[in-house]
Design a binder for this molecule. Structure first.
Ligand code: NAD
Ligand code: MG
Length: 359
């Protein structure tokens, strides 16, 4: 399946997302690209061990100079320091205009290698090969690249689109169950805000999905990419429509950071979606039965839906005020109207959120 992303009216940018292609086929497609003589694969220690060396070996030929640069796995590598180290290595290896950077890994690598590609020599071409469910349905599309800062996540970055995105669902077999379920939280989010058919599909096909049936995975990942494409094409810079994607993220981000990142992003977002659905119901925007359907689906995928008892609700709500989406003490929430339909920009004070929670 091939998706065509067209951002021509905003950034003169056009690229394909190819879903359901296997790694060896990806390698030969990349090797056949015209005009590139140096390939720099940026990956992390886990992906290198599992797939990186093989990938490098098949890409390297007489005509192609290929290098693999690896960083330690995990969010702690998404820093300016790691970016600088990668830049030093790339320049020492004589990266130039005929070079292409391949981001091969999860969202951390997509964001980090993408940002390296965005600024090296004022931008070198980039290919994304996302290897986690989260990065396949979310971070590899949309062009946001960044590193973290001690003051917050993703504070330094850019919009930079890849030339191509290749998605092989087979690599998900080596992903830990916890990482897979976390990715499912974002899949459920797409269904909840935009697509009630996908929502039903996730319910009915639960067994196939958790057993990683290839055709089922291709179906859900394609649908999520299609939905993200539709949003990004209409609103590349997150001025309006793109905010629907923030459903579950206002409270989710607060819970994630208060857990000191012991909860994965997906787990925190699952708690956030359940909480924000509850607020939607308290405010009379969402039917109780729809809120219950969402909670049921999250729990079916073994995702948490309750705010951890050690966390104080008031503290969570107060920390949402530091979120980027705040104007004059009122936090902008994305709430649900029904399964498959969201409402953006609902302004709520901390008091109102706490009241609606205790209702
Ligand atoms: P990640 O990249 O850290 O990957 C999670 C873990 O899985 C890592 O330990 C990694 O080594 C391992 N892994 C990756 N692929 C594997 C595979 N096929 N088999 C076995 N193990 C594998 O985390 P993530 O959840 O993919 O991404 C999270 C990051 O994505 C965060 O930094 C977040 O800010 C970013 N993000 C960006 C966007 C965006 O639009 N740019 C959107 C959402 C999230
Ligand atoms: Mg998210």
């Amino acid at each position: 399946m091939k998706l065509h992303i067209n951002l021509r009216n905003i950034t003169d940018c056009l690229y394909d997302v190819i879903i359901g292609i296997k790694l060896p086929a990806i390698t030969s497609e990349i090797a056949r690209l015209n005009g590139f003589s140096k390939y720099f694969i940026i990956t992390d220690s886990n992906v290198k061990r599992l797939y990186g060396n093989e990938f490098l070996k098949t890409l390297r030929t007489d005509k192609i100079e290929a290098h693999l640069l690896s960083v330690p796995a995990g969010e702690k590598s998404k820093t300016r320091k790691t970016k600088e180290q990668l830049e030093d290595k790339l320049l020492k290896l004589n990266a130039d205009r005929s070079s292409i950077i391949i981001a091969f890994g999860g969202g951390v690598i997509g964001d980090l290698a993408g940002f390296v590609a965005a600024t090296l020599l004022r931008g070198v071409p980039l290919i994304q090969i996302p290897t986690t469910l989260l990065s396949q349905v979310d971070s590899s599309i949309g062009g946001k690249v960044a590193v973290d800062h001690p003051l917050g996540k993703n504070l330094i970055g850019a919009f930079y689109h890849p030339k191509k995105v290749y998605i092989d669902v087979n690599v998900l077999k080596t992903l830990s169950e916890r990482e897979f379920r976390s990715g499912m939280a974002e899949v459920i989010k797409y269904a909840a805000i935009l697509d009630q058919n996908l929502f039903s599909f996730l319910l009915v096909n639960h067994a196939n999905i958790i057993h990683l049936k290839q055709s089922t995975l291709i179906h859900i990942i394609s649908r999520c990419c299609e939905l993200k494409k539709m949003i990004v094409e209409k609103d590349e810079r997150e001025t309006g429509l793109r905010r629907v994607l923030n459903f579950g993220h206002t409270i989710g981000h607060a819970v994630e950071s208060l857990s000191k990142y012991k909860l994965t992003h997906g787990e925190a977002i699952s708690i956030g979606m359940a909480a924000e659905a509850k607020i939607s119901t308290s405010l009379g925007i969402l039917k109780r039965s729809d809120m219950e359907r969402l909670t049921f689906l999250l729990e079916l995928y073994k995702l948490p839906t309750l705010i951890p008892s050690r966390m104080n609700l008031k503290k969570i709500i107060e920390s949402t005020i530091h979120d980027k989406k705040v104007q004059q003490g009122e936090v902008h929430y994305t709430l649900l109207e029904q399964i498959g339909k969201a409402r953006v920009g609902v302004k709520l004070t901390a008091d109102k959120v706490i009241k609606s929670f205790n209702k």
